[in-house]
Every structure is written in structure tokens, then in C-alpha cells.
Design a protein around this ligand. Structure first.
Ligand SMILES: [Ca+2]
Length: 211
């Protein structure tokens, strides 16, 4: 209740100032329910909760901005919900956080790939294409803080739910997973860490399969 009262007073104050300066108005359907900035190491969030209209109206000697983001944008409309951040992908294979929609690939048999599981990077997914049945070997080398906290799963073609093989947690820093590929097609390798991340050190992944 107190928050609503403060908000109402703020809107009345802005509106009256605007009117006194010569006719610029804030539309009555503008809602200002929150706002502000929260900053971390590499992330800045601008909160605009409850602001369906963000824009700038100008006259000769006055400009009114009906939203907290006007200092950053010159757009006339912003639609809810809007959350902006400055998250930067921490390896060249991202975004690859969803095995169904954006796995990176194809991985080449016998080639080692280096990537990271960073802060805000929920999981990494890759695919590789198999043309013949046979043995699969996945070698995963982990930075020390991921040992005992990382899951590694392989999914067969057309099944994103039940892993063909894998393990969780991976208990050693140099782990080899072996299983049989009984059909040709596109396979998924999925890995993620639970409760930790590493912005500096890479893991190394190598998949070997018949092709
Ligand atoms: Ca990653």
C-alpha cells in the first residue's frame, strides 16, 4: 500500500511539472511499478517491472521520458516483459544449452574440443553424425572444480529423454565413457555442472565413433 502511494505521488508530481512547462503529458495508462539497476561482474540488469510504455515525448524546451530506460534507448515502444543483460558467451560453441534446439556440431571423430561451463551457462550440448554402427568413446577432461559435480550423457537419434549412456557425477578429471552405437543417425552429447562453474578453465571433449 505504501509503495502504491509513493508511486501515485511520483506520477502526480511528474505530471504536474509537465503541465506547468507547457502541455507535455504522460498518458494515464503508464504504469511505473519498479525500476533500477543491479550490476555484477559482467552483468547489468535494468528492472522495468510494470512499465508497459517506455518512450520519449519532446517539445521545445522539455523532454519527458515515461520509463526508466530512456537514458539507454531512443525507441518509442518497449513491450513487457523485457529483461536485458550483458551476458557474453564464454566459448565459441554457444549458445548450445538445449539438446533439442541448439546443440553445436557436428563434432568430428577423434578431434578434441575445448569449451567452458561458465557462470550463467547452464549446460553444453553437441551433436555428431554416425553412418555405421560400432563403438563410441567419449573422453572428458575436467577442471578440478567440476570433478564430482558434472553430468555427461549421450542420447541416441530421436530420443532426447532417455540417455543411451553416460554418468553423473563424473568422478575423475580424465574420464572415458564407452558404449555401443546400434544405429546410424544424429547423436547428442550433453554435459553440465551442478552447483559450480568455471569462467577461466576449459574442459576438453573428444568423441570417437565409426564413420
Ligand atoms: Ca559453454
Amino acid at each position: 500500500m505504501k509503495r502504491k502511494l509513493i508511486l501515485a505521488l511520483m506520477l502526480c508530481l511528474v505530471s504536474s511539472v509537465a503541465s506547468a512547462q507547457g502541455g507535455t503529458v504522460i498518458d494515464r495508462w503508464v504504469i511505473g511499478g519498479g525500476g533500477g539497476t543491479a550490476a555484477g561482474a559482467n552483468v547489468v540488469l535494468h528492472g522495468i517491472l510494470g512499465q508497459p510504455l517506455v518512450g520519449l515525448s519532446s517539445e521545445a524546451n522539455i523532454q519527458l521520458c515515461s520509463g526508466f530506460l530512456c537514458q539507454h534507448f531512443s525507441v518509442s515502444r518497449v513491450f513487457l516483459p523485457l529483461t536485458l543483460n550483458q551476458f557474453r558467451y564464454c566459448d565459441p560453441f554457444e549458445p548450445n544449452d538445449d539438446r533439442r534446439t541448439n546443440p553445436w556440431g557436428p563434432l568430428l571423430s577423434g578431434q578434441t574440443y575445448s569449451a567452458k561451463l561458465c557462470d550463467g551457462d547452464p549446460e553444453d550440448n553437441y551433436y555428431f553424425d554416425v553412418t555405421a554402427t560400432g563403438a563410441l568413446q567419449v573422453r572428458l577432461q575436467l577442471p578440478s572444480k567440476f570433478v564430482g559435480k558434472t553430468a555427461l550423457w549421450v542420447y541416441k537419434p530421436g530420443d532426447f529423454v532417455n540417455p543411451l549412456c553416460g554418468t553423473a557425477p563424473v568422478a575423475t578429471g580424465d574420464y572415458i565413457l564407452s558404449c555401443s552405437l546400434t544405429q546410424a543417425g544424429r547423436y547428442i552429447v550433453r554435459l553440465y555442472a551442478v552447483g559450480t562453474f568455471d569462467n577461466s578453465n576449459s574442459y576438453h571433449l573428444r568423441v570417437t565413433f565409426p564413420n
